[in-house]
Design a protein around this ligand. Sequence first.
Ligand SMILES: [Zn+2]
Length: 105
Amino acid sequence: MSKTTCARRPAETCHCRFARLAPRHHDLLLNVEADVATTVELLELATTWEELDYSDEAVIPPCDWMDFAAAHNWRDPELAARLFSLAIDVASRRAEPALVGRGRR
Ligand SMILES: [Zn+2]
């Protein structure tokens, strides 16, 4: 458990669909602009999205991140939008060969 993640904004005040689908991930992502550790977690999730199987976990998928950003109030809405669009960009790039020397199939 990370000590840097504090319950700044309790989930019970939020009634969006993400809070019902993935309450823990929802609360985590709400801190994405305030907590650098959470920002890193988001980017790690984006990086590994195509490699790992998250279907058993209640996580909000990359295709919903812009909706998630739009559904919430942020201290800096522009920064939050940039963060999520960057993460979506990272997640969608996994299909391309990122490493030199891997070769084509
Ligand atoms: Zn919400």
